[in-house]
Each structure stands twice: as structure tokens, then as C-alpha cells.
Design a protein around this ligand. Structure first.
Ligand code: CU
Length: 338
């Protein structure tokens, strides 16, 4: 449940391009920094809207990829304007159909495999048959996108990554599409976690052990940072962010927040405020979180509500029934912005 909170919300949002042109074009390079986007897109784009792309440093990635995989592919071909437009149209149409609750229009844009991945990765909408039978609720406001979607086309296959704002975070979503006559069908969906930090925003590492957080408080004081959450403990850990009274000590905050429901965040006492669930990591895993906006001045805590002994990712149930949350073992740490 902990991890799924973010996943499902973002997946529901599925939006794409609707806001892409309207909002920030200053983060283009953020779209080409991870593997998913490597194949990259920016250099391959056709000329129409890609002036900023030419100035990014996207060059090395495709070069390396091409050199290390000589057998399968060479340099990705440029994406034709017609492909680019029709791919964006398909993704837009999917967002619109889902927002409108138009189940038949929605499923017509997806392959069975794509729907399966979309459902499994968080939307929970189910199979084509289930969607047609149950309908789609609709009414969700599509979230804002950051930068331009990154599009790669290889023959009859396309991949798209897009960064979307949900809550206070920026997340990356990947799509696979297959050519279908003159148009495309969505054939894959992947929630890829936190988007890379925008250029110029420092990434601050927060380590998790059993049962404590470690980080440089001074590095968080500006309020403008991204987080790398490095779980070097033997248990699952997470970061939930709360705003706490200025005068509260960590002990005060721990006592006040230990009784909060770690899944729903119900039970937050007066004077305290849940900001958001930020991220989760399995033992030995690192995850990242990028804020959509700098954190306002204030006194904050990171807290972990994972039950001692962990929980089942599929069911969200604690592996040890009745186990106390890590916060009750002292897994809470404070910092001040401003
Ligand atoms: Cu923990």
C-alpha cells in the first residue's frame, strides 16, 4: 500500500501531452538523462519544435548505446513529424478518453498487453473486458507535464517517456507503442519512479538503516533539492514527509506522529501536517524523489511507517501481524528549511 499510493495516482493520471507545450520548456534535458530516454529522442527529433534540444547534452547517450549494441541497431532513425504527431494524438486521446470515462474509446487505443501493464503498474483498471464491463470512472484532472515527452521510433515500435507532476513530486512514465496502420496503439506502460532532478537542483542523499535516517541537514536548508534515498539497511524503508511545529523536538514529533496510519495518513494531530509520501526502497535499493516546487520554509520530519519485518508488496499487509511501524523504533529525523 505504501508504494502503491503514488503509483496508482500517477497511473490514473496517465496524461500526456496536454500540458506539455504549455508548461516549462526549460527542463528538456531532464527528459534524456535516464536509460528509458536514452535512445533519445532529442537528437532524433524532427526539426519542428526542437530548438532547445539541439543545445542539450544528449549526444553521448545514443552514441554509447549504438557502440555497445552493434548487432541489433545502429543510430536510432529520426522520428518523422507524422509519427510524432500521431503518437502524441494517440496518447492525448487515451488521456481524454480516460478523463471522460469513455471506456470503449479508451480500450480502442491500447493493446491487451498495454492494458495489462497499465493495470498492473497502478491504474487497476483491469483487462479490456473488465474495463468495458465496468466502465471508467473518469473525472480525473490530468496532471501537468514537465518538459517535452521524449519519443523514439524504431520501425514499427515507439517508446515515449514523459515527466508528470503529481502531488508535490515529479514522476517519470514510459509508454511503448506499436504501429497500427496509419496510427499507433499503446502496447506498454511503465511507472519509472521519480523523475531525474532538474539541472541545477542538487541531489541530497538520505540513507536509511534499521531504524534511522542519515543526511546532511544543512544541505536541505535551502528547500531546493532532490532526494536520493539509499536503503542500506536490512529492512524495507520509506520516507514520508511531515511539517511539524517549529518548537517541536524530534522526540515530540515522534510521539505525536507514531500513531498516524502509515497507509492513509489519518490521525495527524493538530499542529502537524502530512506533506506527502515521498519514496520507498527495498533493502539494498536506491530510489529518488524530485519535488515539483522547492519546499517552503518550515520545520519538517522524514518518518518511516514500514512495519518492523516489512510488508507484502502485493497485498500491502505486514509480514508480521501487529508489528509496530519503524517510527515507533525512532525512525524519524527533522530538518528546517529557511
Ligand atoms: Cu523504515
Amino acid at each position: 500500500m505504501w508504494e502503491r499510493r503514488n503509483v496508482s495516482a500517477v497511473a490514473l493520471a496517465l496524461m500526456l501531452v496536454a500540458g506539455a507545450t504549455a508548461c516549462g520548456d526549460d527542463d528538456d534535458d531532464s527528459a534524456v538523462t535516464t536509460e528509458a530516454a536514452t535512445a533519445a529522442v532529442e537528437p532524433a527529433t524532427s526539426t519542428s519544435a526542437s530548438e532547445p534540444a539541439a543545445t542539450t547534452t544528449a549526444g553521448p547517450a545514443p552514441t554509447t548505446a549504438a557502440a555497445s549494441e552493434p548487432a541489433a541497431t545502429t543510430i536510432p532513425p529520426a522520428v518523422s513529424e507524422s509519427d510524432r504527431v500521431s503518437i502524441r494524438d494517440v496518447l492525448d486521446a487515451s488521456v481524454a478518453a480516460e478523463a471522460a470515462g469513455d471506456a470503449s474509446a479508451f480500450v480502442a487505443l491500447w493493446t491487451d498487453r498495454g492494458l495489462e501493464q497499465y493495470s498492473a503498474d497502478g491504474s487497476g483498471l483491469g483487462t479490456r473486458e473488465e474495463i468495458l464491463a465496468n466502465g471508467i470512472e473518469g473525472g480525473e484532472e490530468p496532471p501537468e507535464t514537465v518538459g517535452d515527452p521524449a519519443v523514439t521510433v524504431t520501425g514499427d515500435d515507439a517508446s515515449v517517456t514523459v515527466d508528470v507532476v503529481f502531488g508535490i513530486g515529479v514522476y517519470r512514465i514510459g509508454f511503448a507503442l506499436v504501429r497500427d496502420g496509419v496510427s499507433w496503439l499503446i502496447d506498454g506502460f511503465e511507472f519509472q519512479g521519480g523523475a531525474p532532478a532538474p539541472e541545477g537542483v542538487p541531489t541530497v542523499e538520505v540513507t536509511a538503516v534499521d531504524f534511522a535516517f542519515g543526511f546532511d541537514r544543512d544541505a536541505l536548508a535551502s528547500g531546493e533539492f532532490a532526494l536520493l534515498f539509499d536503503n542500506i539497511g536490512s529492512q524495507q524503508h520509506e520516507m514520508a514527509l511531515f511539517r511539524v511545529p517549529d518548537e517541536a523536538t524530534v522526540a515530540d514529533a515522534g510521539a505525536a506522529l507514531a500513531g498516524v496510519d502509515g497507509g492513509s495518513y489519518e490521525g495527524v494531530p493538530a499542529g502537524y501536517e502530512v506533506v506527502d509520501h515521498l519514496t520507498f526502497a527495498e533493502p539494498g535499493e536506491s530510489t529518488n524523489f524530485t519535488f515539483a516546487e522547492p519546499l517552503p520554509a518550515g520545520h519538517y520530519v522524514f518518518a518511516c511507517y514500514i512495519p518492523v519485518g516489512g510488508f507484502d508488496l502485493e497485498t500491502g499487509e505486514p509480514l508480521v501481524p501487529g508489528a509496530e511501524p519503524h517510527i515507533a523504533r525512532g525512525m524519524i529525523a527533522d530538518f528546517t528549511v529557511g
